[in-house]
Design a protein around this ligand. Structure first.
Ligand code: FAD
Length: 463
């Protein structure tokens, strides 16, 4: 790719920041990542990514891009003991309570179940090895600097551990990847711009997680088990096999149904959700640590793509722009798709870069937003407006899910959409819509299948 600038600065060394830095290294002479946390040498929990202690699944749309950006990464993770679903028979997926019929669908590297710190640690090691990328940790970004016309961001103000307050770092391009707590709205206001319009759906979700030792033959060798929330029970759980022969078990609950962190109460919470064989495995497994909680108050989307005035030289990526209910397991994959979008945008040169990128990056974020907000609003306990188009859409998706229980072709198409490999519009093409609607005319959609056995787990709230 043609170089379009000398120096790009990435704020934050989380997943979005690392992936952005990898892409920027093709278009800028050098890239510097500024990270507030002290970074561990390899994998390790850290303060700036508290969600990293909870179940993180990388769905195929994200896996494919990571493997393109870092060739061989998936094999490297698998060689390190990370379970990777390569055969769809190992993957039991029932969005909205309906198990997909994936018989006869092609297998291949599919879902990566590394723990978040392990995955991030490996990606960070790859990025660190790039000769034109530097990662500076213990360096907090505290504001933007701009030129005299205020039309262009020219760098950032940072505070380094033990250093002077307000040191300037110059850059041709600044990309904010500081996550959900991003302060770019305030920083923009400080240099004379509006804040971005913000969309928010309050869900008051809480998560509680513990690791368990895993018997390799447990639960018929299943690698992923998920039981989603449903209108009559706004709670759920996911359990993935991970590196080091362990399960990660994350329980979740909407407002008023939060998972407890006391071990006995946590088990009772799990018992009320899990089928008997899954509960027995959890109850009898050796706990490897204590139970940690996490609050997720709201889906939040900052519409930088809709701002009338936006400075040159600044982009926003990942959770900093859009953070959705983790029950849908899409945040890291959206960051990966946005990194691919960044690569395409940079290939078009730096003219109007911010506007072109922010608009294009809003599309994958919008897909995750529609999945999350649509699914959350399917639960009566989540307050919020439910306009007619959304209800019609949910009704159609319920019919696609019903058809996917029986039709492997439709199941495969649905799986590609919820995994961010294909756009949702694929489900509205005549080749899918006609068989779906004919089937629903023949018989009304059956009630969602109860997650009563380990071979029919569910991920995400039921529609
Ligand atoms: C409980 C839970 C479970 C989840 N499960 C999944 C899942 O299964 N699958 C999935 O894809 N996603 C999941 N997610 C979402 C996922 O964690 C995020 O979408 C993803 O981490 C986004 O990455 P990011 O790089 O944008 O932000 P982050 O990972 O939050 O990284 C932001 C980085 O910026 C740094 N930083 C912040 N402020 C500053 C500053 N001022 N100066 C310098 N550095 C700064 C932070 O220290 C951090 O390193 C889950 C989230 C939660 C809460």
């Amino acid at each position: 790719m043609r170089k379009i600038g000398d120096h790009a600065v990435v704020l934050g060394a989380g997943m979005a920041g690392l992936l952005a830095a990898r892409v920027l290294s093709d278009a800028y002479g050098r890239v510097t990542i500024l990270e507030r946390d002290p970074l561990p040498g390899t994998a390790g929990d850290r303060r700036g990514v508290p969600q990293g202690r909870h179940a993180h699944l990388l769905v195929p749309g994200g896996t494919e891009i990571l493997d393109q950006l870092f060739p061989g990464l998936l094999d490297e993770l698998a060689a390190g003991g990370v379970p990777v679903v390569r055969d769809l028979a190992e993957f039991h997926f029932a969005p909205a309570g309906r198990p997909l019929n994936l018989r006869g669908r092609p297998a291949g590297p599919f879902i990566c179940q590394a723990s978040r710190p392990y995955l991030e640690g490996h990606v960070r090691t790859r990025v660190r090895a790039m000769p034109t990328v530097a990662i500076v940790d213990r360096c907090e970004v505290v504001g933007l600097s701009n030129d005299s016309t205020r039309d262009r961001v020219t760098g950032v103000r940072v505070v380094r551990a033990g250093g002077d307050a307000g040191e300037l770092v110059d850059a041709d391009l600044v990309i904010d990847a500081t996550g959900r707590g991003s302060r770019t709205p305030n920083w923009l206001a400080a240099i004379g711009y509006d804040r971005p319009p913000e969309e928010r759906l309050t869900i008051q979700m809480r998560y509680a997680t513990r690791h368990l030792r895993r018997r390799p033959d447990a639960l018929g060798g299943a690698k992923v088990i998920g039981i989603g929330a449903e209108p009559s029970r706004p709670t759920g759980l996911v359990m993935f096999a991970q590196e080091d022969h362990r399960w990660i078990l994350t329980a979740m609950g909407y407002d008023g149904h939060h998972p407890p962190t006391d071990p006995q109460a946590f088990l009772a919470f799990i018992e009320a959700i899990a089928p008997p064989d899954v509960f027995a495995e959890i109850r009898d497994a050796e706990p490897l640590d204590g139970i940690v909680g996490h609050r997720f108050p709201a889906n939040v989307r900052r519409r930088y793509d809709r701002m009338r005035r936006f400075p040159d030289g600044l982009l926003v990526i990942g959770d900093a722009a859009c953070s959705t209910n983790p029950a849908y397991a899409l945040g890291m994959s959206v960051a990966a798709v946005q990194a691919a979008v960044l690569r395409e945008t940079l290939a078009g040169g730096d003219r109007d870069l911010a506007r072109r990128f922010l608009r294009a990056a809003a599309k994958p974020a919008g897909v995750a937003w529609e999945f999350a907000v649509g699914g959350d609003l399917a639960l009566p306990s989540v307050p919020g407006p439910r306009p007619l188009p959304g209800r019609v859409l949910n009704a159609y998706v319920a019919r696609v899910q019903a058809a996917a229980e029986h039709d492997p072709v439709i199941a495969g198409r649905l799986l590609r959409v919820v995994s961010l490999q294909d756009p949702p519009t694929r489900l509205f093409r005549p080749s899918t819509a006609i068989p779906v609607l004919l089937r629903s005319l023949r018989r009304r959609p059956a009630a969602p299948v109860d997650a009563g056995a380990v071979d029919t787990p569910v991920i995400g709230p039921r529609a």
